[in-house]
Design a binder for this molecule. Structure first.
Ligand code: ATP
Length: 340
């Protein structure tokens, strides 16, 4: 069978894949369900549907943690199964992988090993900084732009990338993301209401209320367990409490954005002021997040169309353009060095 080319954006929460042969993009949850510590029960969206609903002998695991692969074998199994699942998978294919910049060489190398040392038997593996892929995904000519600041609000990380003149100028990865907000909301509900809710309920609360907007008096009734009487109950949670729970993490993000801009060379910073800050990643869909960042930083803020698919869209464009492909690095190349 002729070789295929896959574009992979491996996120802590969701895997996004571009398949050149099918010319299609798909995404699935980066989750695996394991029975008795060894047998695989389900992968992807199917496994996520079991999250927090399984019996004691079934473990639902996220094989990536804070943007990097933490359970290599599980991740390898998961990816291979997702690629094969009802899709015409081609062994010995080519891979273009979007990787975070602010991680160690060993952590980057794991993305390479994932497809080379597996039954996928990749023939060629190239990588590109995720910030650069996202810039391309937004239709920006990275070779010509003098300065762009991309803030990728993911599930477990927020990656700040200053891109200019065809490459990465500055980059910083924060260990804050949608899951951090979910845990903060869960803790707030437990502390203020003696009430236990699951992560998916916390996620639903923050997605509904966001950061700004509305009349501030909205509330939502959620199911959970009352910790005083120890039985399942319903509890009304006001939007103000949810927003207060996310405040500290949001402030850390905006202060880090400010610090990165301060470290940016003046010429590049001037372009950022003109172009504004671009928000990508699933969490940038939070209602009011763009206006909040705009108010705190004083910079114009835009949210990318389909923000969670921005990087994989960039990979699609790179795979289909010889010129753009030059912005990636082959990991099989002896001269490969991540930082030029
Ligand atoms: N409409 C929405 N409102 C708010 N948050 C959302 C919305 N849709 C998705 N999210 C959040 O986006 C996150 C997933 O985004 P994304 O796919 O960019 O992350 P990821 O790439 O898997 O993670 P990371 O980049 O940290 O490794 C989840 O935390 C999810 O709750």
């Amino acid at each position: 069978m002729a070789r295929n080319i896959y574009g992979l954006d491996l996120g802590t929460y969701e895997i996004k894949v571009y398949d050149k042969k099918q010319d299609s993009t798909w995404k699935e949850k980066n989750v695996i369900a394991i029975v008795d510590g060894k047998e695989i029960l389900a992968v992807g969206d199917e496994a996520y549907a079991m999250f927090e609903r399984t019996p004691g002998n079934v473990e639902v695991v996220f094989p990536m943690k804070e943007g990097v692969i933490s359970r290599f074998t599980d991740m390898q199994y998961l990816l291979q199964n997702l690629l094969k699942k009802e899709r015409r998978f081609t062994r010995g294919s080519e891979y273009l992988i979007a990787v975070p910049t602010d991680v160690t060489e060993v952590e980057k190398r794991a993305f390479f090993d994932l497809v080379v040392h597996s039954t996928a038997k990749a023939k060629e593996v190239s990588i590109v900084e995720r910030g650069v892929a996202q810039c391309i995904g937004m239709g920006i000519d990275v070779r010509k732009t003098k300065g762009m600041l991309i803030v990728d609000f993911g599930a477990a990380t927020t990656e700040l990338s200053v891109v200019g003149s065809g490459g990465m100028v500055l980059n910083k990865m924060l260990k804050i993301g949608g899951m951090t907000f979910d845990v903060a909301v869960q803790n707030m509900v437990r502390r203020n209401y003696d009430f236990l809710i699951g992560r998916q309920t916390a996620e639903a609360l923050r997605k509904r209320f966001g950061v700004l907007g509305g009349n501030g008096k909205a509330s939502m009734v959620v199911a959970g367990r009352n910790l005083v009487v120890g039985v399942p109950r319903y509890q009304e949670i006001p939007s103000s409490a949810v927003r207060a729970a996310m405040k500290e993490s949001l402030e850390t993000c905006t202060s880090q954005i400010g610090q990165l801009i301060e470290r940016t060379p003046p010429e590049v910073a001037r372009s950022i002021r003109k172009n504004g800050i671009c928000l990508t990643g699933g969490v940038s869909r939070l209602p009011g997040l763009d206006r909040y960042i705009e108010a705190v930083t004083g910079y114009p803020v835009h949210v990318a169309a389909k923000p969670d698919l921005c990087a994989v869209e960039g990979l699609r464009r790179m795979i289909n353009s010889k010129e753009l492909k030059k912005l990636s690095y082959s990991m099989l190349d002896e001269n490969y060095r991540w930082i030029r």
